[in-house]
Design a protein around this ligand. Structure first.
Ligand SMILES: [Zn+2]
Length: 315
C-alpha cells in the first residue's frame, strides 16, 4: 500500500489449461471450471496463497524476482506475455533495481488500435514492504492486487475489449524507510509515468484503474477522494447495481500509485480498503484474505468496464 493522509494470443490448448489447473492445486481441480468471462475469486485467492508462500517480496530482492516469475508463468499458461520494464532507482537503501511488468490484452477494431486509440491500464503493486523485525508476507498488501490482476488477465483475454487493456504489475510502491521523506514511495509508478513522458506517449494512457488491498475478509471500500470523479461514479454505480455492499458511500483521501498518473493528467481511480487492522503488521497473512472479497471487486470492475470503455472510445 501507500499511505493514509495519506498481442493477440491463441486460446490456451487443453494441455495449457490442464497445466493451469494443476498449478492452482488440487482444491481448484476438484471444482467445476468457471464460465468464461467470469472472475473467479477462488482462483485469485489461490494466487495469493502462492505469492505468500514465496515470502517477503521486497523491491530489489530475490523474493520480488520470484513473484515476477510466478506472474510470468501464470500468464504464459494463459497464452499471454509479460514485458519487463526494468529500471534502477535511488532509495534510502541505495541504488535499487526494480521491474514493472506489463501485459497487453488486445482490444478495439481495425488498424487504428494500439497507439492511435490508446489504452486503459488496470494496475496494482506486487512488492511488499520491507521490515527488519519480522517476515512481512503481505497477503493483502501486495498479494491481493497481484493475484487479482492474474485472474483478471484470464477473464479479459477472452473478452471483447473496446480498446486495448494493459495489466500493469507495479514494483516499488512501498516506502523503503519513510513514505513522507523525499520521494520514498511509488517508485514503479513514478518511473512508468516518467518513461511515458520522455517518449511522448503519455496521451496513449487514457485512464488508470488501480487496485490495492482488496482482499480483506471484512472488505469496505470507501470512495477515494483524489480519484477522478467520473471513474469513481461508474464503479460505485456498478457496485450498487450488483448490490455489492463492500463499496460504501464514505470518502477518504489516500496517496497511492494512482496519484502519479493523476499528476500527469491521466484520469485515475484507486479501489482500496485501507481500513485493515493487519496493515503493515506481521498479521497480514493469508487467513485475513477471502475469495469472496476478491470476487466482489472482480465482479464490480467487470460490470463497470463497459461504461468506462464507452467513455474512453466515444468520438
Ligand atoms: Zn503497504
Amino acid at each position: 500500500m501507500m499511505n493514509r493522509s495519506r498481442h493477440a494470443a491463441p486460446p490456451p490448448s487443453a494441455a495449457l489449461k490442464l497445466a493451469l489447473v494443476l498449478s492452482l492445486g488440487c482444491a481448484s481441480a476438484q471444482t467445476p471450471a468457471p464460465a468464461v468471462n467470469r472472475f473467479d475469486g477462488a482462483r485469485a485467492l489461490e494466487h495469493v496463497r502462492q505469492l505468500v508462500a514465496i515470502g517477503p517480496r521486497v523491491a530489489g530482492t530475490p523474493g520480488a524476482a520470484q513473484a515476477r516469475a510466478y506472474v510470468g508463468r501464470q500468464l504464459k499458461a494463459l497464452g499471454l506475455a509479460a514485458d519487463e520494464q526494468a529500471f534502477e532507482t535511488t532509495t534510502p537503501a541505495g541504488p535499487t533495481k526494480m521491474v514493472n511488468l506489463r501485459v497487453a490484452i488486445p482490444g478495439g477494431q481495425g488498424p487504428s488500435t494500439g497507439s492511435g486509440q490508446g489504452r486503459l491500464i488496470i494496475a496494482g503493486h506486487y512488492d511488499t514492504k520491507r521490515f527488519r523485525e519480522f517476515a512481512f508476507v503481505g497477503a493483502n498488501d501486495g498479494g491481493s492486487s497481484t493475484a487479482f490482476l492474474i485472474e483478471l488477465a484470464r477473464v479479459l483475454k477472452d473478452r471483447t475489449n473496446a480498446l486495448p487493456i494493459e495489466l500493469l504489475f507495479l514494483d516499488g510502491e512501498e516506502a523503503v524507510v519513510d513514505w513522507y521523506t523525499g520521494n520514498d514511495n511509488t517508485y514503479g509508478s513514478r518511473h512508468y509515468v516518467e518513461a511515458a513522458r520522455k517518449t511522448g506517449t503519455l496521451a496513449q494512457i487514457r485512464a488508470l484503474v488501480l487496485v490495492d488491498m482488496i482482499g480483506d475478509r471484512d472488505l469496505r471500500i470507501s470512495r477515494e477522494s483524489n480519484s477522478t470523479p467520473w471513474l469513481t461514479e461508474i464503479i460505485w454505480a456498478a457496485a450498487k447495481g450488483l448490490n455489492r455492499r463492500e463499496f460504501i458511500d464514505r470518502e477518504t483521501a489516500i496517496e497511492d500509485d494512482h496519484v502519479r498518473f493523476l499528476e500527469a493528467g491521466v484520469p485515475a481511480v484507486d479501489i482500496i480498503d485501507l481500513d485493515y487492522d493487519a496493515w503493515h503488521t506481521a498479521g497480514d497473512t493469508l487467513d485475513k484474505v477471502s475469495a469472496a472479497s476478491l470476487q466482489a471487486v472482480g465482479d464490480v470492475l467487470l460490470a463497470a468496464l463497459p461504461e468506462i470503455e464507452r467513455r474512453l472510445v466515444k468520438p
